[in-house]
Design a protein around this ligand. Structure first.
Ligand code: PEP
Ligand code: MG
Length: 574
């Protein structure tokens, strides 16, 4: 069978399917007759032994893979499993109160979770996430559901899921994921962005994948032409093995440009910057090849945890990134949560249209303590480098002024406490809502810099939910309206002499950087995986050639025409 999908991170993979369905425990209060107590106590022991075996396997697998930090987490889980006090409580609930083992496990774990959640010490509070993990593991074994975990896969597989949350993708073991296939998600979903940054081939929007594929089924993922082939025959496997080799050879050739100075063929320097997610060591590796960080998506620091990161924790992370980049700018985007990004550590309001709701800056205004903590941490870290603070989801001049007032307040607090911060911190905005794009002349007077978030700009300008697979055909980043809007923004910021960048996916796109340069853009920010390809494209361009592309696309009628035209015109540089 062949199924079409949206190739959002290029590459080819052959391997077995791993159907990923996160387990959600369902427990109900239930008891048994007293004479069955010993039977249920034995069952509890068996569940615990199975959990121990699973945890030891994961730990050994991580130790073998040279990841002692992650291995330690699972050692801690084994300790929780055999915690004497909890064990005694559970046994009492089963043996004396005749509670079914799942109900007893749930009750006792929740009791300890409540106690630890109230602890003053951050380290103790963080154990809550571990308790939840162990509890879920025990309840899953009780329910007879096999283990599924992207952080500790046993062997290389193609991960197939309905959808992946950013926290799933952020913790997945990249060395074992041959490719990602999901039913939902478009090119600018966060699964796609992470897949590209990890250079994992990804095919999203494959409808019916979970229903039509089975665990262990043989697959070919062609994330170049957008095709998923199930149960391939030997000829197909041979053909795709050779395509995979050719793709790798092409990538090797592109990679030669990684360390190149990004300069057009007629000698104009373009700044190429990096988009950072969790600021992992792998991501920071890329610092050698770029002129700074154009987008640091700080929300990843808040993901996959039970408690909000403290000011101290944030200071440490921001300092590390700033120090890594020295004099080069690090653009720290304040918390951008809501839309498709959820947090375990923050209760978000349920909304009909989360992308149009209390998202990003609006949520920070709504939760001033969270915003203040982040701003204080960023300012405190600013002494270690060249910090630019950027606000997401700005829709009006009011938003800009309100956000700036928060910074002023945070600075006043630090002044009063005698805590130092750099006097040179720049304040800027993301331009991703059309209302502020059209106010670029005035916005440029109010801020030090701006960066265009093309992922959301496209979503809001074309009125298409960027996560909805049923409307991907309407999500058109090459829409001529996008280039008209961006042209206006660049012109106004250049006129005001303020830095302007593109940090949405178009900044590191295969074709669009040529047009952006033609529109007057001189800074582009992208995931590490796009840096070499973009530098190659830049090095072959001249400014007049880029300007001609920009003139032409703004006069075209459709996104399809723009794509065809650019593919044809830039064929020699791809
Ligand atoms: C964007 O919207 O283009 C952007 C860079 O932000 P995010 O993708 O994180 O929403
Ligand atoms: Mg955005």
């Amino acid at each position: 069978m062949m199924i079409k999908g949206n190739p959002v991170s290029e590459g080819i993979a052959l391997g077995e399917a791993y159907l990923y369905v996160p387990f959600v425990p369902q427990v109900e209060q239930s008891e048994f007759p007293p004479e069955e107590a010993s039977r249920y106590l034995e069952q509890y022991d068996r569940i615990r032994e199975t959990a121990r075996t699973e945890l030891e396997d994961i730990r050994d697998c991580l130790t073998g893979a040279g990841d002692p930090d992650k291995a330690r987490i699972f050692t801690a889980h084994i300790d929780i499993l055999f915690d004497a006090a909890m064990d005694e409580d559970i046994r009492e609930c089963i043996g004396e109160d005749c509670m079914m083992p799942d109900w007893a496990i749930h009750k006792v774990f929740e009791k300890y979770i409540r106690i630890l959640s109230k602890a003053k010490d951050d380290l103790i509070r963080e154990r809550v996430a571990d308790l939840r993990d162990v509890k879920t593991r025990l309840l899953r074994i009780w329910a007879g559901v096999p283990e599924k975990n992207l952080a500790a896969l046993e062997k290389p597989v193609v991960v197939v899921a309905h959808d992946l949350f950013p926290s799933d993708t952020a913790t997945l073991d990249r060395s074992k994921v041959l490719a990602l296939v999901t039913e939902v998600g478009g090119a600018t979903s966060h699964s796609a962005i992470i897949a590209r940054s990890y250079e994992i081939p990804a095919l999203l929007g494959v409808s019916g994948a979970m229903e039509n594929l089975s665990h262990g089924q043989s697959l070919i993922v062609d994330a170049v032409d957008g095709l998923l082939i199930t149960d391939p025959d030997e000829d197909q496997k041979r053909e795709y093995e050779s395509r995979k080799k050719a793709f790798a050879a092409h990538m090797e050739q592109v990679r030669q440009y990684l360390s190149a100075q990004p300069r057009t063929a007629d000698g104009v320097d373009i700044e190429v910057e990096l988009n950072l997610g969790a600021a992992s060591p792998q991501e920071l590796e890329g610092s050698r090849y770029v002129d700074g960080v154009g987008l640091f998506r700080t929300e990843f620091i808040y993901m996959g945890r039970e408690q909000l990161p403290t000011e101290e924790e944030q200071v440490e992370i921001y300092k590390k990134v700033l120090a890594q980049f020295g004099d080069r700018p690090v653009t720290l985007r304040t918390l951008d949560i809501g839309g498709d990004k959820k947090l375990d550590c923050m209760e978000l309001p349920r909304e009909e249209n989360p992308f149009l709701g209390n998202r990003a800056l609006r949520l920070c205004f709504h939760k001033p303590e969270v915003f203040r903590t982040q701003l204080r941490a960023a300012l405190r870290a600013s002494v270690c480098g060249n910090l630019w603070i950027m606000f997401p989801m700005v829709g009006s001049m009011d938003d800009i002024r309100r956000a700036k007032a928060f910074v002023k307040e945070a600075k006043a607090e630090l002044d009063a406490e005698g805590v130092p911060y750099s006097p040179n911190v720049k304040l800027g905005i993301m331009i991703e809502i059309p209302s502020i794009a059209l106010m670029a002349d005035l916005a440029a007077q109010e801020v030090d810099f701006a960066s265009i978030g093309t992922n959301d700009l496209c979503q809001y300008a074309t009125a298409v939910d960027r996560m909805n697979p049923d409307v991907t055909q309407y999500y058109q980043p090459y829409h001529p309206a996008m280039f008209r809007l961006m042209g206006y923004v660049v012109e106004q910021f250049n006129k005001a002499g303020k830095p302007i960048c593109v940090c949405g996916e178009l900044g590191g796109d295969k074709l669009a950087p040529a047009v952006l340069i033609g529109l007057g853009m001189r800074r582009l920010s992208m995931g590490l995986a796009s840096v070499a390809r973009t530098k190659k494209l830049i090095s072959g361009l001249t400014i007049p050639r880029a300007e001609e592309l920009a003139t032409q696309v703004r006069q075209m009628a459709t996104a399809h025409e723009v794509e065809e035209y650019l593919t044809r015109e830039l064929a020699d540089l791809l």
